[in-house]
Write a protein that binds this ligand. Structure first.
Ligand SMILES: Nc1ncnc2c1ncn2[C@@H]1O[C@H](COP(=O)(O)OP(=O)(O)OP(=O)(O)O)[C@@H](O)[C@H]1O
Ligand SMILES: [Mg+2]
Length: 284
């Protein structure tokens, strides 16, 4: 009987090891293809950055000549707008190809509320232009262990989507709260156009843009959520998207809560130490 148990355990162990190596070998081409794709994208983006910066500077210098025909001035201004959009896309491409090496990122204790405020500040003009109201609710605790630039990029991309895909007089609500199970939630809810069921599985794929949003969102590259999902993974977080066409979208990112280096510290305990502070602000 004992021999049988030993043989059985050894066979199971061998089967697991063989399975692991087969899966590793089978997945290697896909992994390499993704790495190659990222490197290729990064190289192209890098090459495009300099000529775009030069054209932009030349246009800005030309605009200093106040005697220029107003028609030419308008064309130059429009060129600069387009070049700014191109730079934003290139920056996204560079981020997408670079930020796959967590060992090169600095991590520290971060207040998610502070990062969200900064992201909202940077999007205030866009929200004003689109006449979308941003409402913020921040509860405590909300500390996470993270790279602050990466978290800023996560917050900016998600809030920017909420503004971009919501028609005028709509709302984007940003909520930061603990789930009392050791996580801090970053929730962005909008009252916008929503995402069709068939598109939902694809929104994290690089360059994917849903049909209905494509004609409205001029200059988007379909990279925002691909970057977000990479960065959330690096932070051991999770992201979920709920949406219904014409009824809006809710994006929820959950990060492990950070208490003095102990990510497993119960958010519930902190909660009893510092009662909830809820602050709401109208930004646009
Ligand atoms: N809040 C939202 N409401 C409706 N559709 C959304 C929302 N967020 C994302 N989408 C859909 O998912 C697609 C992918 O989003 P993603 O942020 O990755 O790219 P993008 O916004 O098109 O471009 P980029 O963010 O690179 O400028 C969008 O094109 C849009 O179709
Ligand atoms: Mg986007």
């Amino acid at each position: 009987m004992r021999n049988f148990v030993i043989v059985f355990a050894a066979t199971a162990l061998m089967a697991t090891l063989v399975g692991y190596f087969i899966a590793k070998v089978a997945l290697a081409p896909a992994r390499n293809a993704l790495l190659f794709q990222k490197r290729f994208i990064g190289d192209i983006a890098h090459e495009l950055r300099t000529p775009i910066a030069i054209i932009k500077t030349n246009s800005e210098v030309s605009l200093m000549d106040t005697s220029l025909d107003p028609k030419v001035q308008r064309v130059l201004h429009s060129n600069i707008d387009e070049l700014n959009r191109a730079s934003e896309i290139i920056n996204n491409l560079l981020t997408f190809s670079n930020w796959t090496r967590p060992e090169q990122m600095n991590f520290s204790s971060i207040d998610l509320g502070v990062v969200a405020d900064a992201a909202i500040r940077s999007l205030r003009e866009l929200a004003k232009k689109k006449r979308v109201e941003i409402i913020v609710y921040k509860k405590t605790p909300r500390m996470i262990y993270a790279n602050s630039t990466a978290i800023g990029q996560i917050a900016t991309n998600i809030i920017k989507n909420a503004i971009s895909y919501t028609p005028a007089r709509g709302k984007a609500t940003v909520l930061i709260e603990p789930d009392y199970q050791g996580h801090i939630l970053f929730v962005v809810q909008d009252t916008g156009m929503g995402i069709e069921r068939k598109d939902l599985p694809h929104i994290f794929e690089p360059f994917f843009r849903a049909e209905r949003s494509r004609n409205r969102q001029h200059g988007s590259s379909g990279l925002g959520l691909a970057i977000v999902s990479e960065l959330v993974k690096i932070h051991h977080g999770k992201i979920a998207v709920k949406s219904a066409p014409n009824h809006g979208t809710t994006v929820t990112v959950s990060f492990p809560y950070y208490k003095n280096g102990d990510a497993a510290y119960s958010a519930k305990r902190e909660q009893t130490e510092h009662p909830d502070e809820i602050s709401a602000g109208f930004v646009a």
